[in-house]
Write a protein that binds this ligand. Structure first.
Ligand code: NDP
Length: 321
């Protein structure tokens, strides 16, 4: 019976999600527990479903405390903080929220690119500081004649590429495999792509396979007019190497929505005035966050109604028996 299905929420999620969960499940809230061990001892054995917000670690130690867990429903398309392979080994399904956020994140990526190239936030700060009457804002770099390399031509990467076509720039991409149906220039290695472009858009997933792959050599290959945009995960870029490259002029600038240790942003980055820094807002519109929340709940409902998960991740594929 779905109304007596026990679902665990680790950290408070948005009100619509909590309301929808309360309407269908018996919801247990870890964040309201004063004694976590006592909480897990009492409710852990009953929990069948888990709803998690982005960036909340879910690992073997947690699975151990939830022996009957069937499904982890993640808020967000990135699930690098969830040990999905371990879930797969235990027969636990993991779901995420693909597609519903693709256009929103692609819009933000383009906004970040234009902001970085044309120094839009800096120009705004300049005007507000009353400097305009004294002297015009200095000339900026341009998107004209640029070659853009997309690291990770997936759902969001494709949406970014479609938008970039309107900007009339050359589009290159790197991923583990060539995509036969696209006309963009493929590079088998990231370094080779970095040598061929002067803008690097990072949209590959986080996790062990991508940690620090945008390293000092890749940054240096972009050259002194190089621009790095990251809307993926902070871990994909070697952050120390990026700071060094920005300080030394190895590359021109960076536009970052994500950082290695969020919400902490290195002071050295904050002091680089020509970089554009955003507090991980890629999908953060009312419209899109609502759609993501609905999908988190709908995955759980579909599963416990016996219809399977709506959007399982690759590590825990599911097909009807
Ligand atoms: P997809 O899975 O559709 O696309 C990921 C792409 O990355 C694929 O094209 C894949 O191609 C490529 N890729 C995967 N692993 C590697 C690797 N080791 N090296 C190079 N390329 C790789 O994901 P989405 O487009 O839906 O999302 C991408 C990421 O964006 C998410 O994982 C998430 O972390 C981030 N994101 C950030 C948001 C924000 O708020 N800033 C919001 C939403 C998402 P191939 O298989 O050929 O390698």
């Amino acid at each position: 019976d779905i109304a007596t299905t026990d679902v665990l929420v680790l950290r408070q999620m948005q009100p619509e999600v909590m309301e929808a969960l309360d309407g269908r499940f018996r919801v247990h809230r870890l964040y309201e527990a004063s004694d976590r061990d006592a909480f897990f001892a009492e409710v852990g054995p009953h929990i069948l479903g888990l709803a998690v917000g982005a960036q909340t670690p879910v690992d073997a130690a947690l699975y151990d405390r939830l022996p009957r867990l069937e499904i982890v429903s993640n808020f967000g398309v990135g699930y690098d903080t969830i040990d999905a392979e371990e879930a797969g080994r235990r027969g636990i399904v993991v779901t995420n929220t693909p597609d519903v956020l693709t256009d929103e994140v692609a819009d933000l990526a383009l906004g970040l690119l234009l902001s970085t190239v044309r120094q839009i936030p800096q120009a705004d700060r300049y005007l507000r500081a009353g400097k305009w009457p004294t002297k015009p804002y200095p000339l900026t770099t341009t998107l004209r004649e640029r070659r853009v390399g997309i690291l990770g031509l997936g759902r969001i990467g494709h949406a970014i590429a479609r938008r970039l076509e309107g900007f009339d720039v050359a589009i290159h991409y790197h991923g583990r495999s060539r995509q036969t149906e696209v006309a963009y220039t493929y590079h088998a290695t990231l370094l080779e792509m970095a040598q061929a472009v002067d803008v690097l858009m990072v949209v590959a997933p986080g996790g062990p396979s991508t940690v620090g792959i945008v390293d000092a050599a890749v940054l240096s290959a972009l050259g002194p007019d190089g621009i790095v945009i990251n809307v993926a995960r902070g871990t994909v870029i070697d952050e120390a190497a990026l700071i060094e490259a920005l300080q030394s002029g190895t590359i021109r600038s960076a536009g970052l929505d994500v950082f290695a240790k969020e919400p902490l942003v290195p002071q050295a980055l904050i002091e680089i005035d020509h970089a554009v820094l955003l507090p991980h807002v890629g999908s953060a519109s009312v419209h899109t966050r609502r759609a993501m929340g609905r999908l988190v709940v709908d995955n759980l409902i579909s599963w416990f109604d016996g219809h399977g998960p709506l959007t399982p991740v690759a590590e825990t594929p599911w097909s009807p028996r």
